[in-house]
Design a protein around this ligand. Structure first.
Ligand code: ADP
Ligand code: MG
Length: 237
């Protein structure tokens, strides 16, 4: 069992924090931005200096699902003093927006270069068990519901097809002289998530929203994992 999962289980939690989720993903070879938990402004500044600028800060709270909705994401921090200031301002903003939220700290992470935003997810269907989802990020998923699904475990062919069958696929191929996304890297990422979910068997939900797709490579900048509940005999329910 990974440390992240052991800690969550010991605390009776099923929701992993962004930092814990990324730790698990990274161990499975899935590309994620390096993210570490800070519990003070000076710790955040010290971690930022180790990781390198620009830095992104995000609130870590089990009571907050959408961090940007409560002012819990700060992008483009260029110095230790900017990180220090952003840390305090973020806590004030978040506590004003969500006064009852329990705050565990702030995730300090490497800022990824902009890319085409896609989402990769896994859910558990009561009938089919684990199911993978793929789509473009932003309005495409929220408004247009332009997503594809496959039952886990996926074959390479399934990953290829599910990426190609969304309506927005031309955007990934590259439009009007823009370079397309690295489809091989996306296929590998989808397959590696499928493998992780299949191998572990204790993941109820997994969301990488967004993944930045580049002409060369792809990286998840946000991650959320929910474990299956464990019943009184310690068996997964
Ligand atoms: P939430 O979905 O909880 O609001 P996210 O972690 O997805 O928070 O962050 C919101 C947005 O900020 C993302 O959609 C992405 O565009 C940007 N973002 C988040 N983390 C990074 C990062 N490490 N590097 C670059 N951009 C980021
Ligand atoms: Mg997100």
């Amino acid at each position: 069992m990974s440390d992240a999962i052991a800690t969550a289980r010991a605390e009776g939690r099923t929701l992993l924090s962004e930092v814990e989720s990324k730790e698990l993903l990274r161990a499975a070879g899935i590309p994620v931005t390096e993210a570490r938990l800070a519990t003070s402004a000076s710790e955040a500044a010290a971690i930022a200096t180790e990781i390198g600028f620009p830095i992104v800060l995000k609130i870590i709270s089990k009571d907050i699902a959408h961090k940007s909705d409560v002012g819990g994401v700060a992008l483009g921090l260029e110095s230790a003093s900017a990180v220090r200031r952003a840390y305090s301002e973020m806590l004030e903003r978040v506590l004003a927006a969500a006064p009852k939220a329990r705050i565990d700290g702030v995730s300090v992470q490497q800022q990824a270069l902009p890319g085409t935003e896609v989402i990769v997810g896994a859910t558990t269907d009561p009938q089919f068990g684990p199911v993978m989802m793929f789509g473009l990020g932003g309005v495409f998923v929220e408004v247009l519901k332009d997503v594809s699904f496959r039952i886990v475990p996926l074959e390479r062919r399934d990953a290829r097809q599910m990426i190609r069958e969304i309506n927005g696929f031309p955007i990934l191929q590259g439009v009007r002289g823009q370079k397309g996304a690295d489809l091989k890297a996306l296929e590998k990422l989808v397959l590696d998530v499928s493998k992780l979910v299949w191998k572990r068997g204790d993941i109820a939900e997994l969301d990488l929203n967004p993944v930045f797709a580049y002409p060369d490579g792809a990286i998840a900048v946000d991650a959320r994992i929910v474990l299956k509940a464990v019943d009184a005999d310690g068996k997964e329910g």
